[in-house]
Design a protein around this ligand. Structure first.
Ligand SMILES: Cc1cc2nc3c(=O)[nH]c(=O)nc-3n(C[C@H](O)[C@H](O)[C@H](O)COP(=O)(O)OP(=O)(O)OC[C@H]3O[C@@H](n4cnc5c(N)ncnc54)[C@H](O)[C@@H]3O)c2cc1C
Length: 95
């Protein structure tokens, strides 16, 4: 079995693990990052970032639905993922 040596070993390549590794490297340490999946941080894949997108999209839809208050008329169409894919394909094919 190969032998690896390093100053700091970090278990978990999530937000905390990546920050810890960055800090350790910054102070000159050699590091090893261990993760059982390396599938992205919770923050980037299902947490902070996607939830902010959802909130932004919901706010935009709410604003559009209430546009008539200011005399505007705006129709909100909610496309599901497969519908969106087909719509996107149809628009691109037409161009
Ligand atoms: C819906 C949602 C919205 C959120 N919104 C916000 C927000 O707006 N602002 C905010 O500050 N926080 C938010 N959070 C919280 C934030 O996402 C988490 O606090 C943060 O991601 C935790 O980071 P972490 O590094 O501790 O864990 P994670 O990012 O989950 O990383 C843990 C890592 O450890 C690995 N691991 C686990 N077990 C093992 C093992 N036995 N061996 C090796 N590797 C292992 C995993 O594969 C993973 O890569 C939100 C969370 C959710 C779910």
């Amino acid at each position: 079995m190969a032998e690896h040596t390093c100053d700091v070993t970090i278990i978990g390549a999530g937000t905390a693990g990546l920050a810890a590794e960055r800090a350790a490297r910054k102070s000159g340490a050699t590091t090893r990052l261990i993760d059982d999946k390396f599938a992205g941080t919770v923050c980037a894949t299902v947490g902070c970032m996607p939830s902010k997108l959802l909130i932004a999209a919901a706010n935009a839809a709410h604003g559009a639905r209430r546009a008539d208050v200011f005399g505007g008329l705006c129709q909100v169409i909610i496309l599901r993922r497969e519908q969106h894919r087909r719509h996107h394909h149809a628009v691109n094919s037409a161009v």
